[in-house]
Structures are given as C-alpha cells and as structure tokens.
Design a protein around this ligand. Structure first.
Ligand SMILES: [Zn+2]
Length: 467
C-alpha cells in the first residue's frame, strides 16, 4: 500500500509550509515541497496535516453509563459506576469501537484503554476489546484494570471503623490472567499492545505492583496507573505508607520512562522532582477532573520541571464523551487561571506537541510516532480547513486548539492504512454502530445505588464534610 498526500499545510517551528508526503507500507518515506505522485493521490490542499494524537487515558466500558451518574466526587461516583454489573463481552466490543471512532474523529490515532474487566470473564473482556480495536484499525494500548483490594479500600479509614471486604481475586490469579493476556494479545507490530495497569495504590497491594513491574520488564510492556487523582487518595497514602504515593511508587520500582500516570492532581514539589528524575509521563484529564471536582493538575509546574505531559479524555462516564480536541482545549486553557504570568501559559503549538509527541513518549514510542518525519510510522490526520468551524482562514493550529472544531477530521491513517476517509470510518458502517449501541443500551439505571448511603456517610465524615 502506498500513497502521496499532495500540498498539505504543515506546521513549522513558527509558521507553516506546504508539503507533499509519500507513504509506503506503514512508514513515511519522503517529504518535500513537490513530490512526483506515487500510489494513490490524496489532495491535501486546504488541509492541515498533523501527527495523530494519543487519547492517553480512558476506560471504554464506561461508555454505557455516560451521562448517567450524578455530580459526585470520584469515591462516590465509583460506587455508582460499579453498582452496574450487566455488561457482556458484546458491550465491551461495541464500547471499544465507539471509543475508537470518537477518538479518531477528534484527531486521535492511538488510544490507551485502562480496561475495566467483567468479573469472572477477564480474558473474554480483553479479547472483546482487542476485537473492537481491530475492527476499527486504531492503534491501541490495552491496560487491563486490575486490583486486589475491595473497592471500598480506596477511601481513607479516618477514625471510623471502616472495614472494606475482600478483594475480587488473589494477587497471583490476577498476575496469571495478565501473563496469559500478554501471550495471547500483545502484538505491538500489529498495533495492539498490552500494558501492566494496576488501577492505583489505593486498591492494589505492593505485591501486585511488584508483579506488574516484573512482568513489564520481562516483556518490555508499558506501565500505567491512576495517581493522586483526589485529595482522599493523598490522605490515604499518608495513612497507609507514611509517605507520598509518588515516593512509594518509586520505592516499588514502578516509575520509568515507559510509565504513564493518569491525573496527578495532588503532587507536591518533591513528587514532581521524582517524576522528572524517573522520566515518567503525566496524563492530564481536565474534563474528568472538573466533572468529579478532583482539582486542577499543576501542569505548568510539571512542564517547568521537565516532566512529559499529555492528554486523555478519561472514561466516558466521567467526561462524558471522548472528544480529544475538547480535552486538549480545556487542558490548555485551564492553567491560565493558576498562574498570573501569561508567559507560562500553554500555546496551541505546545498543546499539539503534547497531544502527539508527548503521548507517544509516554508509550515509549517517541522514536517512531508523534511527528511527521521520514522513517516515522504513518499515523497521520488531515483536518479539513474548509469546514465551517475552521473558517475563516486565520491560524489553523490556534483555531483547532482554541476553537470548537466539529467535523474537522477528514482523513486519518494508522500504520499507513486509511481508517477515516471523508470523515467516516472506512472499515465499518457508522449507522450500524449507532443501531447496535441503541439496541444494547442499559436504559434506566437505579440511582442512587443501594450501596451509596453507607459509603457516602463514611466519605463525608472522613473528608470533614457536614453529615
Ligand atoms: Zn481513569
């Protein structure tokens, strides 16, 4: 498969140039102002060419509950989320497809799915998500979301006699499932990678984290986890370890240049220095942080300290969508209110680099992904600059990041294969997907769940809220 994109608008360090790009197989082979057309010719004129972005943190199965959970902080929101247990592997397959399509139509070409597993059907869940991503053609990193403590253990104990139950599976059983998942599904060369992804220190034993480090070293897997998303988690880490969660993760050997950490809202300067020293990546999920009232991640401080930062949508039940351009917009502007010195504020150019190259680096892929250069993987996006939301002609990157782009993605390629053409997926029918999502919808869910009152009473007490 080979093709030539003719006369696309491409950003330079300070402006724009018009280029032709020739792709053969999965790679960019040539870039020049005017190439002799080879293979299929794509008209790139009045289109902006960018490397694909990474949706660097999501949970695809949450799609089935988007818009359905009341405004709660994370700890109560999770109780509501996990009270619903009616999903099947078919749901998982379809929500992976929908997550992939929404990511693609907002500039992404890679998705990191911190995949919530169906109890008792863990490998079937992973298989269904893999099939979903393969059906679309997006590049996917799947981190089976694992934990070996009861979900109630994620709330600080405080002075209450708070006694969470047993975890769902033993540590050994979880590591066994992961090992099988790696053998069966980890095919980076085909665009599907398995990650080790314990949900977070709040629900995972040290033994589970150590097992994940060992597995990731043995198979060269990326590592992913939630980190200090809420104030309650900061409190819990002090209660459990007597040190910060970041220091504890470092002691466990989990932090590295192939580790990405979702949220990172409640870190202090010492923690930030550890992230910089270990080469870890922060995944900023601004919409989820707003939705759950978690706080504002100190992204400007991270960047000033040399920490790599990229963007994620987070799961669809805490956002409640998968529009990556929306996450990038809010994640860029939000920090202007945290620092009066406007010289520190993020520019649209920086935001685009964070979303593409920053995302690739967080997945240990900065050599092959995230820029438009010869020898790079052809994970590319052409934005239609003639669509209403990107008109009139001003600064294409400024309008893409700070505007409200709709129907902006015209064409996308992953590993050199065109998987979006004319704003539509090439491998599947969008109408059929919508019909299937409609048919399998969960409908009315009992809210609040019966589990909520007890958790809420404890949460309010431990967080110092009036009862
Ligand atoms: Zn998450």
């Amino acid at each position: 498969m080979s093709f030539t994109i003719k006369q696309a608008i491409s950003p330079t360090a300070t402006g724009y140039e018009v280029i032709d790009v020739y792709i053969e197989g999965t790679e960019i082979q040539a870039i020049a102002p005017d190439l002799a057309p080879r293979g299929t010719v794509i008209d790139g004129s009045r289109h902006l060419l960018l490397p694909g972005f990474v949706n660097a943190h999501t949970h695809s199965p949450e799609l089935w509950q988007r818009g359905a959970i009341a405004p709660y902080p994370l700890e109560l929101w999770l109780t509501e989320l996990y009270a619903v247990s009616t999903l099947t592997p078919e749901h998982i397959y379809l929500s992976a497809i929908a997550t992939a399509v929404e990511t693609l139509l907002s500039g992404g070409t890679t998705v990191v799915d911190h995949l919530i597993l169906l109890p008792g059907q863990e490998l079937e869940t992973i298989a269904a998500a893999v099939r979903g991503y393969q059906a679309v053609g997006i590049r996917a990193f799947i981190g089976p979301l694992i934990y070996d403590q009861h979900p109630d253990a994620g709330i600080p104990k405080g002075d209450n006699n708070w006694q969470p139950g047993e975890g769902p599976l033993t540590t050994a059983a979880i590591l066994e499932i992961l090992e099988i998942a790696v053998q069966r599904f980890h095919r980076p060369e085909a665009g599907i990678s398995i990650m080790t992804a314990p949900t977070g220190l709040q629900l995972c034993s040290d033994q589970l984290f150590r097992g994940c480090v060992e597995l990731s070293d043995r198979h060269n897997l990326c590592r992913h986890t939630h980190l200090l998303e809420t104030k309650a988690q900061q409190k819990l880490a002090q209660e459990q370890y007597g040190c910060s969660a970041v220091a504890h993760l470092q002691n466990l050997g989990f932090l590295s240049s192939r580790t990405s950490l979702a949220h990172c809202v409640w870190l202090d300067d010492g923690d930030i220095a550890i992230l910089a020293a270990t080469g870890s990546t922060v995944v900023h999920n601004p919409l989820s942080n707003l939705r759950l009232g978690s706080g504002i991640a100190p992204v400007l401080k991270y960047r000033a300290a040399g920490v790599n930062v990229t963007f994620g949508c987070d799961g669809s039940a805490s956002n409640d969508g998968q529009d990556l351009l929306e996450a990038i917009k809010i994640g860029t502007m939000l920090h202007n209110i945290t620092d009066a010195d406007y010289r520190h504020w993020l520019t649209p150019r920086e935001a685009v680099e964070m979303a593409a190259l920053g995302g690739a680096r967080g997945l240990n892929g900065g050599d092959a992904l995230g820029t438009v250069h010869i020898g790079q993987q052809a994970d590319l996006v052409l934005y239609d600059l003639k669509t209403l939301s990107l008109l009139p002609k001003t600064d294409p990157l400024g309008l893409l990041v700070m505007g409200r782009p709709t129907n902006a993605v015209a064409h996308s390629w992953v590993r050199g294969e065109q998987i979006i053409a004319g704003g539509k997926p090439t491998r599947l029918e969008l109408d059929q997907l919508c019909g299937d999502l409609d048919r399998l919808s969960l409908g009315a869910i009992q809210r609040p769940s019966p589990d909520l009152p007890a958790v809420e009473a404890h949460y309010r007490q431990v967080m110092g809220l009036p009862s």
